[in-house]
Design a protein around this ligand. Structure first.
Ligand SMILES: NC(=[NH2+])NCCC[C@H](N)C(=O)O
Length: 743
């Protein structure tokens, strides 16, 4: 624990001589020092971007071949490390560690030896190193270590405050699990059961009269009558401060937990963990690539891209909340014959000014016009437009600089515009990639590999992979004119992603209409002998049936957002009094409008189709996005008003939680305790509705509690306890909304 605490501090801290130290220590012989160093390097990469660049320069190694921190540390320990590092850093750490191990960074090593490792401000990394160094056996101490120890001893007093801070943050195990663990402990002392099985078998009964947890005896497959066994066990189980009562109900054992104790443990945990409440570390040390949105340049941003954007962002958020390092990829449709067509069209219809103003829209217009021209055929059924488009695209595939220049411009300008629109949704991508990254040259190797494995068969001049035995038909990989296809590029992309990131998971968030495509893709990769294909997953979803707005059919994301904002604005104006109090109505209309779209999208299971029902979606009543945001701001205002009245939660969190005895309060708190379980669940199902439903229920719970339990005008102690409850509700709701991407 003590080490955890220090590590925690280490990474919370903002100074960074660690890269040097890391290199230094890695070169040492002591195993424990080397382990320590791996942890240190995590901080190094956070802070010392310059040093990392140094290493990058000096290292011919790429991110590939990374080592995972979890290999070196126990899970809990690694978790703590992860807690501290921002989600973006694990790959860098691994990279850095790797570079260090190969002792690529001579420069850094030199710096350490020259004793430049301690920054002006004392930092907790130092204390940690100091702690290790001073406990080092004599024969392992060198001059540098001795010097270092001395330097540190001068700085120690300044660090004590920070140590205190951290000690209060550390209990991260979900509170309900502590109760579960108690039950499991009791059962396993009486019966010979595997703890894991017992733990997993615990259920939450539907009715509260059946207790907080129920244990179904039949799960244990014991000889004898389960009802009888339940009865006998009930007699034998001893209650304690965690478990107040045990009853036998048919083949079930029902457990009633100590709600007071729950409150005492839960609320301080939520209040200290704050935005981290609900998170877990299941994915620590692992990397997931999440590909979503992926629109096609010069084509409309249709429902599939909208849903992919919203759901993909959710998937990424959930992964981050569960400890994964993620790389989000926007895989643009930015390659293929249609770009030849676009280029030909631009020559004819292009308008520089319109392009600058709104590239996405203008390119789309050009594309529509040239497609019309392309419908004209000569007597042999050939179209001049399409022929020149093919020729143009061929030049692009051949790497012709001029042809590529124009395409690059269209692409860059479109990305700039996309960024802006995604920004309104608060969505960002780590990487803008696209089909263009897998042009003929890149795909060639894949073709050769397929050929080498005898998987390619000629068929009517084209090259196909025959998947009929797997009931997946035939997959065309190359056309008769030698050009490649969407599927071919996807094969190349998957292989390249695996090479670069060595991912533990690759998620494609794409409409169900492409189920067949992904089945073919995964099967081909499997036949090519890529064992990692088992880690690729298509996260699919149904259609939006009626996406028209009052302005007609929405084809662009931006238009949809504008239309929503406009409608929201009108809804808001209906309440004149409230409307006049809003400082920036445009912005509010935009944010609340977006939450309306997003919540509507995530309210049912992914695979269900749904229609856009504007009136329902934009309402502040009923289960809508605006309602959730409204509830959140009500919770905020409780805190604000309390503060104005001088009611504050003390920093040490010494609050008389025992005063929260009313059934509504207990109900609300019980509900808050379940949030970590919800996060865990959706991290397996990737069903956003799990979180949406939780948030709605939380708001309903809060509403009925707040009707009766006020904060203002109460005894001080009671007011503070209730404030702590509402603040915890606000934190939990906020964390849910953040997962959904609407906060
Ligand atoms: N790797 C993939 N195939 N991702 C999905 C890309 C979606 C494609 N651009 C489309 O609009 O249909």
């Amino acid at each position: 624990m003590i080490h955890n605490t220090k590590f925690f501090l280490l990474f919370k801290n903002n100074s960074a001589p660690y890269a040097e130290v890391a290199t230094f220590l890695l070169a040492s012989k002591s195993k424990s020092l080397q382990n320590l160093t791996l942890a240190l390097s995590q901080q190094a990469n956070n802070q010392s971007s310059l040093l990392i660049k140094d290493i990058e320069k000096n290292s011919s190694q790429s991110i590939q071949g990374k080592t995972s921190i979890t290999k070196f540390f126990s899970r809990q320990f690694a978790s703590n490390l992860y807690e501290i590092a921002s989600a973006q850093t694990v790959a860098q750490i691994d990279y850095y560690v790797d570079a260090c191990r190969k002792k690529d960074s001579q420069i850094i090593l030199k710096k350490v030896k020259e004793n430049q490792l301690i920054s002006e401000k004392p930092n907790l990394g130092d204390i940690l190193i100091w702690d290790y160094l001073k406990n080092l056996p004599k024969e392992e101490r060198t001059d540098s270590t001795l010097k270092y120890i001395k330097m540190m001893e001068k700085k120690l007093p300044e660090l004590s405050q920070a140590v205190f801070e951290v000690n209060s943050v550390f209990a991260t195990e979900p509170v309900l699990n502590q109760f579960k663990a108690k039950i499991v402990e009791k059962l396993s002392t009486l019966l010979n059961v595997a703890e894991d099985l017992a733990y997993e078998s615990l259920e939450v009964p539907n009715k509260s009269i059946n207790g907080d947890f129920a244990f179904p005896i039949p799960r244990l497959k014991l000889p004898g009558n389960p009802v009888q066994i339940a009865k006998e066990l009930q007699q034998k189980i001893k209650t304690d401060e965690y478990i107040l009562k045990v009853t036998a109900f048919g083949p079930f054992l029902n457990f009633f937990i100590n709600k007071n104790l729950l409150t005492q443990k839960l609320l301080p945990q939520i209040l200290t963990q704050d935005t981290k409440y609900g998170n877990n570390y299941d994915g620590v040390g692992k990397t997931a690539l999440v590909e979503y949105s992926s629109p096609n340049i010069a084509k409309p941003f249709h429902f599939g891209h909208i849903r992919s954007t919203i759901i993909g962002n959710f998937v990424k958020n959930v992964l981050n909340a569960t400890g994964w390092h993620t790389v989000s990829i926007n895989y643009l449709g930015d390659w293929g014959k249609q770009y030849g067509l676009l280029a030909v069209g631009f020559e004819k219809y292009g308008d520089e000014e319109l392009l600058q103003k709104d590239p996405i829209k203008h390119l789309f217009d050009v594309y529509v016009q040239i497609n019309k021209d392309g419908e004209e055929k000569d007597e042999n059924g050939n179209s001049e437009v399409h022929d020149s488009a093919r020729r143009y695209f061929k030049k692009m595939e051949d790497g012709d600089a001029d042809a590529l220049k124009l395409w690059q411009r269209f692409r860059d300008m479109s990305i700039t515009k996309y960024r802006e629109v995604y920004g309104r949704l608060n969505i960002m991508f780590d990487i803008y990639s696209g089909e263009s990254q897998y042009s003929y040259e890149q795909c060639k190797e894949v073709l050769d590999e397929l050929q080498g494995k005898n998987l390619l068969v000629p068929s009517d001049g084209a090259l196909i992979v025959d998947l009929t035995e797997k009931n997946l038909g035939t997959a065309v990989i190359g056309k008769s004119d030698g050009s490649l296809l969407y599927l071919s590029r996807d094969i190349a992309a998957a292989i390249s992603r695996h090479e670069i990131y060595n991912f533990d998971k690759l998620y494609y968030v794409v409409a169900s209409q492409q189920n067949h495509h992904f089945k073919q893709l995964f099967t081909i990769l499997e036949e090519m002998g890529k064992p990692w294909v088992k880690n690729c997953e298509h996260i699919n979803f149904g259609m939006i049936l009626d996406m028209s707005t009052r302005r007609g059919n929405v084809v662009f994301l931006e238009e949809l957002l504008d239309a929503t904002q406009e409608s929201m604005h009108e809804v808001m104006k209906k309440n004149e009094e409230k409307y006049n109090q809003i400082e920036n109505p445009d912005l509010v209309a935009d944010t609340v409008g977006l939450s309306a779209i997003m919540i509507q999208d995530m309210s049912s299971r992914r695979n269900k189709d749904y229609s856009f029902v504007w009136s329902r979606m934009l309402s502040f009543e009923g289960d809508t996005g605006p309602y959730l945001q409204y509830a959140h701001s009500r919770l905020r205002s409780i805190e604000r008003k309390a503060e104005e009245a001088g009611i504050v939660i003390p920093e040490d969190l010494v609050v008389n939680f025992n005063l929260l005895v009313e059934p509504q309060a207990v109900l609300l708190m019980n509900f808050l305790a379940k949030f970590p379980e919800v996060v865990k669940e959706v991290s397996k199902s990737f069903e956003p509705c799990g979180v949406v439903q939780y948030c709605f229920e939380l708001c309903h719970n809060f509403s009925s509690t707040y009707e009766q339990l006020y904060v203002l005008n109460q005894e001080k102690e009671l007011a503070v306890a209730r404030l702590a409850l509402y603040k915890s509700a606000r934190i939990t709701l906020g964390n849910g909304l953040r997962l959904l991407g609407i906060m």
